[in-house]
Design a protein around this ligand. Sequence first.
Ligand code: ADP
Ligand code: MG
Length: 280
Amino acid sequence: MSVAVERSDFEVAARASARGRLDVYGVSKSFAVNGTQIDALQDMSLHVAAGEFVALLGPSGCGKSTLLRLIAGLDSDYHGSIQQDGAVVTGTSLARGIVFQEPRLFPWATVRQNIALGLKNAPISEAAKRDSVAAHISLVGLDGFAEAYPHQLSGGMAQRAAIARGLVNRPRLLLLDEPFGALDALTRARLQTELQRIWAHEQITMMLVTHDVDEAVFLGDRVVVLAPRPGRISRIFDIAVDRPRERSNDQLIRIRNEVLRTLEHGGEGSAPAGTARSVR
Ligand code: ADP
Ligand code: MG
């Protein structure tokens, strides 16, 4: 990887910048499917500190993507309120980046051009755009691949490019919807480590949707466990483990097992003191 992990980055990130706070107040969202109402989210409240890394974890269909789309501003048809840094989210914004499971790169554009597309509406000079694109290609470890086309990239490299595109506007909040879900286990683990480094370096808030318990516990300051039908928060785990983290850390493994038990019991598992707390 091109950028070394520096402990100082992690210490700075832990103090958190004053930007990128997210507040979700009593959000409910339903869909009508063939005359039947599906409650995708019911009265969900969640408060994320600036610079925090939150993992949203839960089985398929519990409303993870729905919540992320509402936060991104891609859908405004819901009850409740969502605010970023105190301002109500009313649509998409350069202050929020989003990365999906599929990299969604344009096949006719190079890595550099794909990342530059993220800056299309940014109010900065062409020179500043070029610099930002180059800096983000380095940040995600794609030096040497700027002129490559998507078909010349591995799945992991394509997803690195998608992360760079999500970050190139310097958003205060990056939303990631199962970004590593389509990758093989080894590549996924490597990109999780990279994402941890990038989060520390950028000092922004990240919200990652996943159904992978190890991924959630390895990356999150908190792991928010959702339960389905209706989609709601069942437990929130604090992951008070120093960064950069090692997967073999005893405390991480203990919390992982507790999260697994919670999921197996549909969100109602028992909690040893200090590992979990209720929704705040
Ligand atoms: P997750 O991302 O956790 O797998 P989703 O947020 O995609 O879950 O979906 C939550 C629920 O809402 C599911 O029951 C799903 O079928 C339903 N749903 C999501 N999007 C739509 C839609 N556009 N139309 C109808 N139902 C939807
Ligand atoms: Mg989903």
